[in-house]
Design a protein around this ligand. Structure first.
Ligand SMILES: NC(=O)c1ccc[n+]([C@@H]2O[C@H](COP(=O)([O-])OP(=O)(O)OC[C@H]3O[C@@H](n4cnc5c(N)ncnc54)[C@H](O)[C@@H]3O)[C@@H](O)[C@H]2O)c1
Ligand SMILES: O=C(O)C[C@H](O)C(=O)O
Length: 339
């Protein structure tokens, strides 16, 4: 019988000497028992780059882990209850955070701040302590504030690497591509939209003019399409009538972004996706987090792309985005300073 220490040493040795084709990647989901966490865990179990899946929640994670672990893909799954956060985080390469409360009809994402800011702050403090080199993917809303919160917590702990912390804005891209395909009668697989800014209402800025399908759209059709992309989250919140917000499309989007990052970590070149990161693009206006196309690499953020050419309408959308985004970012930073 091996002691726990010997088993750990063997495991770390086997991680070190494993095939160079696919690196071993341990991925943790914090909030794995929830509406997003469960299907996200399922989709990550299907990803061949994930070799170990660590599922944590204050409620229900061991059950989700037992269920998902029966799927016949080549990864190990472990579930951790409320008092086992440190164990869940040990040795993780990537941590995805969908923990926190979702909106009900009539609420803005900012209305979630009072509850979710402290949940995200405390989880970030544990990651900074136990797994400070992990890449952290933040789904919990309000993303415009929770990403600055995670960053400030890492900074306070003296382990901050801005290349490691991401706000997941992929659902805005998924919606933009689906809705644009709908109005232009195209196949969504051929539609590639860059969405920049942040992740809430007017801070979501889709750059339709940069796509062949979107550049000719004007007038009322354009206005309605932009509104639908910016407020797609509200559409789901209303349809769910108090039972929460987008979970299935979000799990798909979260798994897609995590998959992009894992491909880049495994050495694939040219993986580019919009994500909300520490960014120099609008730093001169006091806005130091922004979502734009980012090239991903083994260390996380490899290169931040500028917006490129944008239309007069998009310039107006950007002007409306920046003041709101600035307030959301400052609110997150202030929360950690005062904690
Ligand atoms: N970034 C995006 O595009 C996007 C999209 C959809 C939803 N969201 C956000 O994701 C969050 C989760 O949404 P959901 O629908 O899965 O909610 P949910 O209530 O179904 O699940 C949240 C889970 O978090 C868990 N949790 C709460 N506190 C925790 C803690 N301290 N540690 C670990 N787990 C904890 C809960 O037990 C629950 O299982 C919400 O804030 C929502 O607004 C973001
Ligand atoms: O709308 C929400 O509150 C959840 C999420 O941010 C979304 O865009 O669906």
């Amino acid at each position: 019988m091996f002691s726990r220490a010997a088993a750990r040493a063997l495991k770390s040795q086997s991680r070190q000497f494993s095939s160079s084709a696919t690196r071993q990647s341990k991925v943790a989901v914090l909030g794995a028992g929830g509406g997003i966490g469960q299907p996200l865990s399922l989709l990550l179990k299907l990803n061949p780059h994930v070799t170990e899946l660590s599922l944590y929640d204050i409620r229900g994670a061991p059950g989700v882990a037992a269920d998902v672990s029966h799927i016949d893909t080549n990864s190990e799954v472990h579930g951790y209850p409320a008092d086992k956060l440190d164990q869940a985080l040990e040795g993780t390469d990537v941590v995805v955070i969908p923990a926190g409360v979702p909106r009900k009809p009539g609420m803005t994402r900012d209305d979630l701040f009072n509850t979710n800011a402290s949940i995200v702050r405390d989880l970030a403090a544990a990651i900074a302590r136990v797994s400070p080199k992990a890449k952290v993917l933040v789904i919990s809303n309000p993303v415009n504030s929770t990403v600055p919160i995670v960053s400030a917590v890492f900074e306070k702990a003296g382990v901050y690497d801005p290349a490691h912390i991401f706000g997941v804005t992929t659902l805005d891209v998924v919606r933009a591509q689906r809705f644009l395909a709908g109005v232009t009668n195209s196949d969504p697989k051929d539609v590639k939209v860059t969405v920049v800014g942040g992740h809430s209402g007017a801070t979501i800025v889709p750059l339709l003019s940069q796509t062949p399908q979107g550049k000719g759209i004007t007038g009322e059709v354009y206005d309605k399409l932009i509104h639908r992309i910016q407020f797609g989250g509200d559409e789901v919140v209303q349809a769910k009538e108090g039972a929460g917000s987008a979970t299935l499309s979000m799990a798909y989007a979260g798994a897609r972004f995590t998959g992009d990052l894992l491909r880049a970590i495994n050495g694939e070149k040219g993986v580019v996706a919009p994500t909300f990161v520490k960014s120099p693009l609008f730093e001169d206006q006091g806005i130091d987090f922004f979502s734009s196309n980012v090239e991903l690499g083994p260390n996380g953020v490899e290169k931040i792309y500028p917006l490129g050419e944008i239309s007069a309408e998009e310039q107006k959308l950007l002007e409306a985005c920046l003041p709101d985004l600035k307030k959301n970012i400052e609110k997150g930073k202030k929360f950690v300073q005062q904690s």
